[in-house]
Design a protein around this ligand. Structure first.
Ligand code: PLP
Length: 456
């Protein structure tokens, strides 16, 4: 161990391959099903919405997948991202723990999401696609994809969850600055959107609804494909640059993590950080360690959802996958400010939790923001509300170290900065936020709509 604050790598240390966890898992991933027939989906079924090269990656079991040169060139603008030792936070907590954080907020969009957006735009470009269509919640993914499409000369269309469209005009401004077209969802521009509006003209929208609209647009136009910012195997794959770099940086720090912590919405920053470490454990190259996925109490798919086959979207156009889910009709409470609102979880993240390779926990809204404020005051970085969940869980572990008089190394993924979420911080500081645990009856109601897929 040494006394540095930050551990920096060179451009030449940017990984040359992504790590594919599917190569090392003991059990094969559950088959993905067609939303209409409930039969195992074939690559051909996916061709209307994804290009062939991405589909190949989605089902690959190759351990290391080469990062294409043009993608790595763009990564160089902000990668390798820094790893910090949170020495002032340690002092503030008066803990013997060694707290490290990998900071993905240095990307131009301010989060980890460009790691996959750049790759997806590249693969679509080389496949001859002209336009990408996607959904976005808070706007992080939409702005990342808008930037990536602009780099590769693709048109970009974004369906933005209506409540965010109204509350987060600056994220929309970024997308439009990059040249994307942004539509509030549900919208009258698609069949799925019109059906949703007919049922509820005041709908605040959800990621599930916006996905339906985006998938429909892609399926109807041969020059347009769909891009998803999380959940799918290839997205988690692209994010593994985070964990690969972090493992190298922990070596520079002459330390090894005892606990790795990341927040989980769809699971991509968690998978990106955790999978390279889990892979080393599965291959016997590293002692088992604790890996912790953290989600909001208001959207508790991993901890209170069911591990079952469910639809990926509201209109049932996207494939059915086996995952921890709250039901595809789940709509998160409007006053939940912490992001991480998707009803399901990445199948690979669900599987590692189900197989005991990782654990899951929840953090309530107020604890999450309090942790973010404490982190900001100690480290000078205002984290994204999503990242606050991981920080809160890290602080819990650091305080446990203090109680037990043990020094453990805690590695936290700080997935982004919160500069576009300052309204949520103002609400917290003004005492306007409250805790909200999703009611059991509501979860039961949404789960009643799970597809009946029989024995798969
Ligand atoms: C989107 C986002 C998340 C959650 O998405 P995952 O796919 O679970 O990583 C977390 N943090 C930030 C900053 C985000 O923008």
């Amino acid at each position: 161990m040494n006394d540095q604050i930050k551990y920096l790598l060179q451009e030449s240390d940017i990984p040359t391959t992504w790590y594919n966890l599917a190569a090392d898992l003991r059990n094969p991933p559950a088959p993905v099903l067609h939303p209409a027939t409930h039969e195992p989906i074939t690559p051909a079924d996916l061709l209307p919405i994804f290009p062939e090269n991405i589909i190949a990656q989605e089902v690959s079991t190759e351990r290391e997948i080469e990062i294409p040169g043009p993608v790595r060139e763009i990564y160089k603008q902000w990668r390798p991202s820094p790893l910090f030792r949170a020495r002032r936070l340690e002092k503030a907590l008066d803990t013997p723990a060694r707290i490290y954080y990998k900071y993905e907020g240095v990307s131009p969009a301010g989060s980890h999401k460009p790691n996959s957006a750049i790759a997806q735009a590249y693969y679509n470009k080389v496949a001859g696609v002209k336009r990408l269509v996607t959904e976005t919640g808070a706007g992080q993914w939409g702005s990342s994809l808008a930037m990536a499409c602009n780099f590769f000369g693709l048109a970009c269309e974004v369906y933005m969850v209506r409540v965010s469209y109204n509350q987060k005009p600056y994220r929309r401004a970024i997308m439009e600055t990059f040249g994307a077209k942004v539509t509030a969802s549900p919208s009258p521009t698609t069949e799925a959107g019109r059906a949703l509006l007919a049922k509820n003209p005041e709908s605040s929208g959800s990621l599930g609804m916006a996905i339906s609209e985006a998938v429909e647009v892609a399926a109807k136009d041969p020059d347009t494909k769909y891009a998803l910012g999380s959940v799918l195997n290839h997205v988690l794959l692209h994010q593994t640059v985070i964990g690969k770099e972090a493992a190298l940086q922990m070596k520079l720090a002459e330390d090894e993590p005892d606990i790795v912590i990341a927040c989980t919405g769809g699971g991509s920053n968690f998978g990106g950080m955790a999978f390279p470490f889990i892979g080393e454990v599965l291959r016997g190259e590293r002692q088992p360690l604790r890996i912790v996925a953290v989600e909001p109490e208001a959207c508790p798919s991993l901890t209170r959802g069911r591990y079952a086959y469910d639809y990926g979207d509201t209109a049932h156009l996207a494939p059915i996958t086996k995952m921890h889910t709250l039901g595809s009709t789940f709509v998160p409470p409007g006053f939940h400010a912490g992001g991480l609102r998707y009803h399901g979880m990445a199948p690979l993240v669900s599987q590692v939790v189900e197989e005991g390779l990782a654990e899951a926990t929840t953090v309530a809204q107020l604890e999450s923001f309090a942790a973010g404020v404490q982190f900001a005051r100690a480290e000078g970085i205002v984290p994204a509300p999503e990242s606050n969940h991981a920080i809160a869980a890290g602080i819990r572990e650091a305080l446990k170290c203090k109680e037990e008089g043990i020094s453990r190394a805690i590695l936290i993924n700080v997935s982004g900065h919160g500069h576009f979420d300052m309204m949520a911080y103002l609400d917290f500081i003004g005492g306007k936020l409250q805790n909200y645990a999703y009611p059991e009856e509501e979860i039961a109601m949404a789960l009643a709509g799970l597809p009946n897929v029989g024995d798969v």
